[in-house]
Each structure stands twice: as structure tokens, then as C-alpha cells.
Design a binder for this molecule. Structure first.
Ligand code: TRP
Ligand code: SF4
Length: 400
């Protein structure tokens, strides 16, 4: 059966906190059961902004992988690897750069936004301008069709789609395409051939999107096709040429806004985080010293949860009866703030306990983590090399 392939990357620029867990990792853990998943450490992407602090990257790569594992990303379900261990990404980035108009890169909104946001850094570099193209190479090299990302990354996925389309347009043309495609249909075999033709007709005449998806699945499942024929059949559904690179879709992670200790979004730059595996004493202390509704100066002053950052954490961690207890107790000054915070402390600690436990084995024996990554790299390399063979050939770089 044709299973969608999911790929996503994370930059190792700092240690992960509960915001990453609720915003990204929980979703990865869910996806790994539903799809074929590839998750990687985007260390080159980190270098585009942290080129002058390599120690930050070095420190964070392995910690980040441990955080993923701690959060429940399972190496027997998902493939985990490190970008720079697969130089194929760099080669594809280079080859795609040949056909990438400068204007496309300059127009990606994150380019100017990030330059302004990180004004203290000189980001007028070649590498930073190419950030979205490197990301495209990451995605296209695995022919991933689904890319789980946040809202801010959607322009990069759009950009990737445009690059794939341009690539196929330029390199997917070959002499005698139609004849070769027709021959490939025959190779599908009697029944499949007919289904393919019907689906193609439905798509072309009625714009039937389901027929397109079904036709792609049919090609994906066919066993006896060469890579070239596969690309021809993919391309032939829609029209004129081979589909060497496939266009991915963004899989939008529903915006789960994880509040930080001060009520703003949890973020390293606001200094309001609880890290993923932070020790229990430190977590307890951080929550106990959190600000509350400023109207509650004395224990006897009533408060309003709507004006209190602790309430936002109750919305993440507490069930309805605890929430009712907070609402009533706060407004009537029936409970004290420390009392109110206890269920939140318990909730965070309960959430972290299995994470700390899972991490323990990896901290004890770092070779476990190295092996997981080595296996993942090997698996990723097979796919990446397949794609690169096709890409090189289509660009006239065939020497054997
Ligand atoms: N740019 C992404 C981010 O900052 C990280 C990333 C790099 C990525 N390559 C990717 C995400 C490929 C998805 C797919 O979050
Ligand atoms: Fe905030 Fe709870 Fe104190 Fe009310 S009782 S101000 S919700 S911490």
C-alpha cells in the first residue's frame, strides 16, 4: 500500500522546552504511527544563523536527539538522522541552485523578517539567502509528500513546490516522451494499465483530484517499474514530462500555543521556559515563583484567573473539576496562589516523568544514540542516493 512519507527537521540552536513538546514533538510522536516518517537534525540550517558559534550547535545536536527520544519519538517507527551526515543534501542544493532565480529567494518573507529580527548578526550571506533552497533539497531528496511545519514555514514549502515544478519542467522533457509513457503503461500489466488510463482520463477531463491521488498510489504500488518509467507515468497523468521531483504539501500543525511562565508564548527569547527534562526541584521552584494576578496582593484579596498566567497553564494541564475549583477559589479568595499552583506543578512533573525515564538509558550509554543515528543515516542515504542518481542523469551528469 502507498503510505505518505513525512519529513521534518529541527535546528539545533538551543535546548528544547515544553513549548517544543506541545508544539512539535507530540505531533511527531503521533505521526510516526500513521506515516513513514523521517526526522532530522538541521545542523547546516543552524549554521546559516549561528556560523560564528559552532559550539552552540555541537552542544545541542545530541541533546536534541535525546530530547526527541525522551518525548517518545521511536526509532523503530521513525527514521532519525543528521543533515550534515548526508552530503547528498548539499549536492542537491547546489544542483537546484543552478535553476533558482535570485528573485525567488529574495522574495521569501522569512529572509527579510529574520534579517530584521536578528539585526545584531550579519545575515547578508550567501548561505542565509539559500536557506529555503537547502530546505527544499532536504524535502525533495526524499520525495516526501507531507511536511509537518508551523505557519511560519509555509512559504518555504510553497517555494519548494515551485522549485520542484521548475525542475520537472526543465529536466522532465525528453525526446519521445509520449511513446515512452505509453510503453510504460503497458508494462503496468493488463488490469492496472486500464485503471491507470481511466484515472488519467478522469483527472484530465474532469479535474478529479481523487483520481490523481489514486493514480499516483497505483504507480507507487507497481513493483516492476524502472525509476524512469515511474517518473514518466507520474508526469503523464498531468501532462508533458517526467515528474522527477514531487511536490510536497505542508501538514500544518494546529497552533498549540504553549504559555510560558509569564503568560507570553513559551520561548527561549522571553526567558520563560521549562526545559523538557528539567529536574523536579527547579520546575517546582519556577512555578512557585510565577507571577499571578497582580490584584491578589494579600491572600484575602480576590483575583481573576483571566489576568493570571497560572490559569493558562491550568488550561493545558488541568481537568474540568480542577479548573472549576480554580475559578471559584480565585474569585472568592477561597484558595491561595501556592495552593492553586500545586496541580500545575503536578501536571508538569507527571508529563516529564516518562521523558526523564526514557532519557536515562541514553544518558547512561551515549553509544545507543549514536547507533540510532547511524542506522537512520544509512536508511536515509538509500533514498537520497536514488533521487540523486535520477537528478544527476537528468542534468547531463552521467559518467558511468
Ligand atoms: N526551517 C525549519 C525550521 O526552522 C527547519 C527545517 C530545515 C525543516 N529543513 C527542513 C523543516 C525540512 C521541515 C523540512 O523549523
Ligand atoms: Fe492565579 Fe490561581 Fe492565584 Fe488566581 S488563585 S491569581 S488563578 S495563581
Amino acid at each position: 500500500m502507498f503510505v505518505d512519507r513525512v519529513l521534518s527537521g529541527m535546528r539545533p540552536t538551543g535546548s528544547l522546552h515544553l513549548g517544543h513538546y506541545h508544539g512539535v514533538l507530540k505531533n511527531w510522536v503521533k505521526l510516526q504511527h500513521e506515516y513513514e516518517c523521517y526526522f532530522f537534525v538541521a545542523d547546516w540550517h543552524a549554521l546559516t544563523t549561528h556560523y560564528d558559534t559552532p559550539e552552540v550547535i555541537e552542544r545541542n545536536v545530541w541533546d536534541m536527539v535525546i530530547d526527541w527520544l525522551a518525548a517518545g519519538v521511536d526509532p523503530s517507527q521513525a527514521t532519525l538522522f543528521i543533515q550534515s551526515q548526508l552530503p547528498e543534501h548539499a549536492e542537491l542544493h547546489l544542483l537546484l541552485s543552478m535553476i533558482t532565480p535570485l528573485g525567488w529567494l529574495e522574495r521569501v518573507p522569512t529572509y527579510k523578517d529574520q534579517q530584521e529580527k536578528l539585526a545584531e548578526k550579519d545575515l547578508s550571506t550567501y548561505g542565509f539567502l539559500g536557506y529555503p533552497l537547502l530546505q527544499s533539497a532536504d524535502i525533495l531528496i526524499y520525495r516526501a509528500n507531507l511536511v509537518p511545519v508551523g505557519e511560519d514555514q509555509v512559504p518555504h514549502i510553497e517555494f519548494t513546490r515551485e522549485i520542484a515544478r521548475r525542475f520537472n519542467h526543465i529536466y522532465g522533457r525528453e525526446p519521445g516522451f509520449e511513446e515512452k509513457a505509453e510503453a510504460a503503461i503497458k508494462k503496468l500489466g493488463g488490469k492496472r494499465s486500464k485503471v491507470y488510463v481511466d484515472l488519467r482520463t478522469r483527472y484530465q477531463e474532469q479535474g478529479d483530484g481523487e483520481a490523481l491521488v489514486a493514480a499516483r498510489a497505483l504507480i507507487e504500488e507497481a513493483q516492476n517499474l524502472s525509476m524512469g518509467d515511474r517518473e514518466r507515468l507520474f508526469g503523464y497523468i498531468e501532462g508533458g514530462g517526467k515528474m522527477i521531483l514531487s511536490e510536497p504539501r505542508a501538514l500544518l500543525t494546529e497552533a498549540s500555543r504553549m504559555p510560558g511562565l509569564d503568560g507570553q508564548k513559551m520561548s527561549k527569547s522571553y526567558n520563560n521556559t521549562i526545559s523538557l527534562r528539567e529536574d523536579a526541584d527547579s520546575v517546582t521552584k519556577k512555578i512557585r515563583t510565577m507571577p499571578t494576578d497582580p490584584a491578589r496582593v494579600r491572600r484575602t484579596d480576590p483575583g481573576d484567573p483571566a489576568k493570571c498566567p497560572v490559569w493558562q497553564l491550568h488550561e493545558v494541564y488541568s481537568n474540568q473539576s480542577v479548573r472549576d475549583w480554580v475559578q471559584a477559589g480565585c474569585r472568592s479568595a477561597g484558595i491561595g496562589c501556592l495552593e492553586c499552583k500545586q496541580p500545575v506543578i503536578d501536571g508538569v512533573l507527571d508529563e516529564q516523568r516518562p521523558m526523564r525515564e526514557r532519557a536515562e538509558a541514553y544518558l547512561q550509554d551515549p553509544t545507543l544514540v549514536r547507533n540510532i543515528i547511524a542506522d537512520g543515516c544509512e536508511k536515509a542515504r538509500e533514498l537520497a542516493q536514488d533521487t540523486m542518481r535520477e537528478v544527476r542523469e537528468s542534468m547531463g551528469l552521467r559518467y558511468t
